[in-house]
Design a protein. Structure first.
Length: 237
């Protein structure tokens, strides 16, 4: 939790640059604050670990939810995990960093979830078995269709509760609600347990992404509200 407090304190100090993901030029540290309630934030969404051309079966959708009458505003993403391994993610490039440089990346994420805790579902718990991952890579994280017709990520995200070379598990989507028959959105905060090491590309760009790796064979819907980043060159503290 201390990482989140330090990160938010720096962002508050540099709040002149609020809301559109603009960095604060405090070298060797860079700070970013993305308000995902704003469509101009420039985030994109994607899906992986499902059969190609089956998007309607998996009910894959995403959209900005920013109507003034909606209390849970942000970037909405949803899917039905028929594959028992559906990955749903959002991504954004971080530009104007040092070219081909190793960075340590820390993140704090705010999201709305309606997955209760302690419930039994097909394949697993609808909250505790849907794992949230944060990643940072030099190439754009994208779904690709493999020879067997399965859509996979082009970066290493690991599998479900296990992280990969390019992504850390930062928690799950379970809320404090224990009534399995009364789903309601609750705001949840997650943060990286340790810095993620990544190298920028030759143009000084680093791609970041946040996603859910699901072991629950059912429908998962989330609304991402805010993401804060601290990025610094490795060894500079």
């Amino acid at each position: 939790m201390w990482r989140r407090n330090v990160l938010l304190w720096f962002i508050f100090v540099h709040s002149t640059y609020w809301a559109i993901g603009k960095n604060h030029h405090h070298n060797p540290f860079e700070y970013f604050d993305f308000d995902l309630r704003r469509p101009c934030a420039g985030w994109q969404a994607g899906f992986a670990d499902y059969l190609a051309d089956q998007e309607s079966l998996y009910e894959l959708v995403w959209a900005y939810v920013n109507e003034c009458t909606n209390l849970n505003q942000g970037l909405f993403i949803s899917g039905n995990n028929h594959s028992d391994d559906l990955f749903m993610f959002i991504k954004h490039p971080i530009c104007s960093l040092e070219p081909s440089t190793i960075y340590e990346v820390e993140a704090w994420v705010e999201l709305w979830s309606k997955a209760p805790t302690g419930c039994i579902g097909a394949g697993g718990d609808p909250g505790e078995n849907v794992y949230v991952k944060f990643g940072a890579v030099s190439e754009e994280p994208s779904p690709v269709i493999e020879d067997d017709g399965t859509v996979r990520m082009n970066v290493d995200i690991g599998r479900q509760s296990i992280g990969g070379a390019d992504a850390l598990v930062i928690g799950n989507i379970a809320t404090s609600i224990t009534d399995c028959h009364n789903e309601q959105y609750e705001l949840k905060e997650l943060e990286t347990p340790a810095p993620l090491i990544a190298r920028s590309d030759p143009s000084g760009t680093l791609w970041i992404f946040v996603g859910t790796d699901s072991g629950f064979e059912g429908k998962t819907s989330l609304i991402y509200k805010r993401l804060c980043l601290q990025i610094h060159r490795q060894g500079c503290r």
